[in-house]
Design a protein around this ligand. Structure first.
Ligand code: WA2
Length: 267
């Protein structure tokens, strides 16, 4: 009889964990797809049309009105690729000077990625060279060579200081062939579109609505490097109880994530 109730408790934990993992993965997936479509929108309406049909005001309006499509992002922004020899011209045309993430004047680099369009919720990104942040820079470089959605390590986001990950898509000149080589991709890159998954507050909000939430502790880990799992969501856990592990696929084949669930107290 005792064995039977333990089996039932185990089954309940597994089903709650699988349900949460499926729901989170689904919400990640729809969000990533919509950001992909926004990257194509920029390529089409900012570059294919001359003069551009998008400015900061249009971008803010459109991304604000469609934010329901990206439930786990705190906002989106577009950073333009600027080479060093173009910097002076770029800054005088924009009428502002780019900053680093540390809010300093951007020192000379081979190239930059200053944010020129931002959703109102992340207006603090405006004018920042996103290549000045280690995580964002790595994302930018990997996004443009792969042409796919890429995610950063978990880190503390600008603005909120919440734990999360940044999603980046490269924006290419509209003439990039579908079977382009890595070199062609890098050459045809004109900017980067992305945003941050505010996992600490938006995933919390998602999970808090589910039945049985008070009974279990949920963690999400980046386990790309199996020997040093990085916490992306949830409280630090004391070892002891063996958690149930549900696989997560957030759409970046370079990364591995998993959800671990355990009972808050012994059932
Ligand atoms: N977005 C929001 N918060 C952040 C952040 C970010 N990056 N980086 C640190 N905190 C404009 O890759 C291009 C968004 C990066 C895109």
């Amino acid at each position: 009889l005792r064995q039977e109730s333990m089996d039932r408790a185990e089954e309940r934990l597994i089903s709650m964990c699988e349900e949460r993992a499926r729901m989170l993965q689904e919400q990640f997936g729809v969000t990533v797809n919509h950001v992909h479509a926004l990257a194509i929108l920029i390529s089409t309406f900012h570059y294919e049309k001359l003069p551009s049909a998008i400015d900061q005001e249009t971008f803010a309006k459109y991304t604000g009105r469609t934010s329901f499509e990206r439930p786990l992002l705190n906002g989106v922004a577009y950073a333009q690729r600027v080479f060093h020899h173009e910097r002076e011209m770029f800054e005088s045309q924009q009428g502002w000077i780019m900053n680093t993430m540390q809010r300093e004047l951007a020192p000379p680099q081979l190239e930059y990625a200053p944010v020129i369009f931002s959703q109102d919720t992340v207006s603090y990104l405006a004018r920042i060279d996103m290549m000045s942040g280690e995580e964002d820079r790595e994302n930018i470089l990997r996004a443009r060579t792969t042409g796919k959605a890429v995610l950063t390590n978990p880190f503390r986001l600008l603005g909120s200081n919440h734990l999360g990950v940044v999603l980046t898509f490269a924006v290419y000149r509209p003439d990039l062939p579908a079977d382009a080589s890595v070199e062609q991709r890098v050459e045809a890159t004109i900017g980067y579109l992305g945003g941050a998954f505010d996992v600490e507050s938006l995933v919390e909000n998602l999970l808090s609505k589910l039945a049985g939430n008070q009974d279990i502790v949920v963690n999400v880990y980046d386990v790309t490097n199996a020997s040093e799992a990085m916490v992306l969501y949830g409280p630090p856990t004391l070892d002891g109880q063996v958690p149930h592990v549900s696989m997560l696929d957030f759409g970046d084949p370079f990364r591995r994530h998993e959800m671990r669930c355990r009972y808050r107290e012994k059932p």
